[in-house]
Design a protein around this ligand. Structure first.
Ligand code: ATR
Length: 279
C-alpha cells in the first residue's frame, strides 16, 4: 500500500530571503486542520527553469515565486491576464499537467481595500505614486474595478509614460510637482514607491488638501504604520496598509493548493505583526 504524502507548496527565491509566507500558510494549515506543508526552497537562477518545470517531481502541488524569479516564472508557465499585465508571476499551480500562474498582488491590493475601506471604488480620480512592478498590479486592479481616471506620478517620468501606454487612456502620467494640485481632487491615494520604508527617504507630501472622504493606501509595511498612514489617521481619513495587502495576496495560492479558501483574521494579522516587529 502506498501512503500518500501530504500536499505541499513552497516559496522559491534566491537567496531564500526571510519571508512571512511560511508563517501565514502554516497558520492556515493549522487552523483549518489540513495536513500539508509549505517549504522555503533556495533555488539559484541557473536552476530555476529545471525546478519549476519539474515542480511536481520535486514534491510540490504549487509555489510562490519571489525575487529574482518572478519574470521568468511568467515566461515558463501559462499566465493569466493579471500576471501578463503585471509582467511577473508570483503564484504557480497545476491545472492537470499544465503549470498555470497568476499575480496575486492584484487581488491582495483590491481585497485589502474592500476589507479596510468599503466603498473606496466610488472614487472617480485616483492618484498612484510609483511605476514599478507593484504599481502595475495596482493599476490593473483599479481599472478592473472601474476607476475612471488614474493620475500616475513617478520620479522617472518615462516609466509612468510606459505604463500609461500599456494600460490605456484612463492612466494619466503626471510630473511629481503636480502632486499638490492633484491631491485636492484625488479620492484615493496609493503609494507604491519605497519612500517611507524603513531605511529609505521619507515620502514628503501633504495630504491636508485631500477630500474628507478620501482613502489612503500604502504598500509599505515596514514600518507597519508609515508616516503617510499616520497622517491619514490624524486627518480622519480611511486607510489600507501594506500588511493587509500582504495577507490578502496569500489567500488565492492557499486556496489553489489546498482546496479551501482561508480567511485573513485579526489573529493572523497579530501573528505576522509580532513577527515584523521582532528585533
Ligand atoms: P516594485 O516592484 O516594488 O514596484 P520597483 O520596480 O523597483 O519595485 O519600483 C520602485 C518604485 O519606487 C519606482 O516607482 C521608483 O521610482 P523610479 O521609477 O523613478 O526609480 C520609486 N522610488 C524608489 N526610490 C525612490 C526615491 N528615492 N524617490 C522617488 N521614487 C522612488
Amino acid at each position: 500500500m502506498t501512503s500518500a504524502r501530504p500536499r505541499a507548496a513552497c516559496l522559491i527565491g534566491w537567496p531564500a530571503a526571510h519571508s512571512r509566507s511560511p508563517l501565514i500558510h502554516h497558520y492556515w494549515l493549522r487552523t483549518l486542520g489540513i495536513e500539508g506543508g509549505y517549504n522555503i526552497e533556495a533555488v539559484p537562477p541557473e536552476g530555476f527553469a529545471e525546478f519549476i518545470l519539474h515542480l511536481a517531481a520535486h514534491g510540490f502541488v504549487g509555489a510562490n515565486v519571489t525575487r529574482p524569479h518572478k519574470e521568468r516564472a511568467l515566461a515558463l508557465s501559462a499566465p493569466d491576464a493579471r500576471a501578463r499585465a503585471v509582467g511577473a508571476a508570483n503564484t504557480l499551480w497545476y491545472d492537470g499537467d499544465r503549470l498555470c500562474s497568476t499575480n496575486t498582488d492584484v487581488e491582495g491590493f483590491i481585497n485589502n481595500l474592500d476589507a479596510s475601506a468599503p466603498g473606496w471604488d466610488k472614487a472617480s480620480d485616483a492618484l498612484v505614486l510609483g511605476a514599478g512592478g507593484a504599481s502595475r498590479a495596482v493599476l490593473f486592479g483599479l481599472l478592473e474595478r472601474g476607476i475612471k481616471r488614474v493620475h500616475l506620478v513617478n520620479r522617472t517620468v518615462t516609466r509612468a509614460q510606459a505604463l500609461a501606454d500599456q494600460f490605456g487612456a484612463a492612466v494619466h502620467p503626471v510630473a511629481w510637482d503636480a502632486i499638490g494640485d492633484l491631491l485636492s481632487r484625488a479620492q484615493l491615494l496609493v503609494n507604491t514607491t519605497s519612500l517611507g520604508m524603513h531605511g529609505q527617504p521619507p515620502l514628503e507630501i501633504d495630504i491636508g488638501r485631500m477630500p474628507a472622504d478620501a482613502v489612503v493606501a500604502d504598500l509599505v509595511y515596514v514600518p507597519l504604520k508609515t508616516p503617510l498612514l499616520s497622517a491619514a489617521e490624524r486627518r480622519g481619513l480611511r486607510s489600507a496598509d501594506g500588511l493587509g495587502m500582504l495577507l490578502h495576496q496569500a489567500v488565492r495560492g492557499f486556496e489553489l493548493w489546498f482546496g479551501r479558501r482561508p480567511e485573513v483574521t485579526p489573529e493572523l494579522r497579530a501573528l505576522v505583526e509580532a513577527d515584523l516587529t521582532k528585533v
